[in-house]
Ligand binder design. Structure first.
Ligand code: SAM
Length: 248
């Protein structure tokens, strides 16, 4: 029985690259970024795990910024990365790092993004070797946008924020996903949502004095929410030092 299941899964995996091309064709045929996002919120294989108004607001900021370099930490199925690419335009370059980008998944994601400047890497954002590789990839330039949606522990999110903000342009933006507490933390009601230590880290970011904006579609939603930091290196470098000193 186990072998039959394995054979079935392998066969399905082999079909994925062709399916990825079909999905891309469908996305290309949709008229605007809102429609492309709507489609990807419901596609099983490349699903975007976001709330539509929040992610759309972020995509608009990316478009207005005319972002050239974007780093996404935690891309999972690839839907968010492709949307960053559509929002920023064909000249933009997206780098997505995820712990689980391996084997069939990587092959499928490469097909999915074949004609766009998107690189999917497997890597742990917390490792120095990953950071060094990303820095090399930049060849002396910096990121316009950093989207942090990887490790959701307090320490993990804080580490990504502090470490990778050093690779951000003077007027770049950082977007942190899952700033809204899940129902378990807020109301002691267990659901499938888990936002980990991100909400408490976000409260720290705001209390430290960064210039921020909360993108939250509904104050009673269970998790999600995007925290945006408008970077200004003339003040933010000192704020990062303050943030580093806070003991949780
Ligand atoms: C919530 S999902 C990302 C969802 C995606 N950004 C979206 O909008 O659909 C989180 C992802 O982060 C990845 N991840 C967790 N810890 C990580 C780390 N330390 N480095 C890189 N990726 C990590 C997981 O493998 C997972 O795919």
């Amino acid at each position: 029985m186990a072998n039959i299941f394995k054979k079935f899964v392998n066969k399905q995996n082999q079909k994925l690259p062709a399916y990825a091309l079909k999905v891309r064709e469908d996305i290309d045929n949709l008229p605007d970024i809102s429609a492309k996002l709507e489609f990807l919120l419901h596609n099983r294989q490349f699903r975007v795990d976001q709330k539509k108004p929040e992610f759309l607001a972020l995509l608009k900021k990316i478009k207005n910024k005319k972002a050239i370099n974007i780093l996404e930490i935690g891309g999972r199925r690839g839907g968010s990365s492709i949307l960053f690419s559509y929002a920023a335009g064909e000249q933009a370059s997206i780098l997505t790092v995820d712990l689980n980008n391996n084997g069939h998944r990587l092959k499928t994601l490469q097909k999915f993004s074949h004609d766009r400047k998107i690189q999917f890497w497997q890597g742990d954002s917390h490792l120095q070797e990953t950071y060094n590789r990303i820095e090399q990839h930049l060849q002396g330039s910096k990121f316009d946008v950093l989207f942090i949606d990887g490790d959701h522990t307090y320490e993990g999110a804080k580490q990504d924020f502090i470490k990778y903000s050093g690779l951000l342009k003077d007027d770049g933006i950082i977007a942190l996903h899952d700033i809204q507490e899940d129902y378990k933390t807020r109301f002691n009601v267990q659901t499938a949502s888990w936002t980990g230590g991100v909400p408490s880290f976000w409260r720290e970011v705001k209390a430290t004095g960064f210039n921020t904006e909360d993108l939250i579609s509904d104050p009673f939603q269970d998790g999600y929410g995007i925290g945006v930091v408008y970077w200004d290196s003339s003040v933010c470098n000192d704020l990062i030092k303050k943030l580093e000193k806070i003991n949780h």
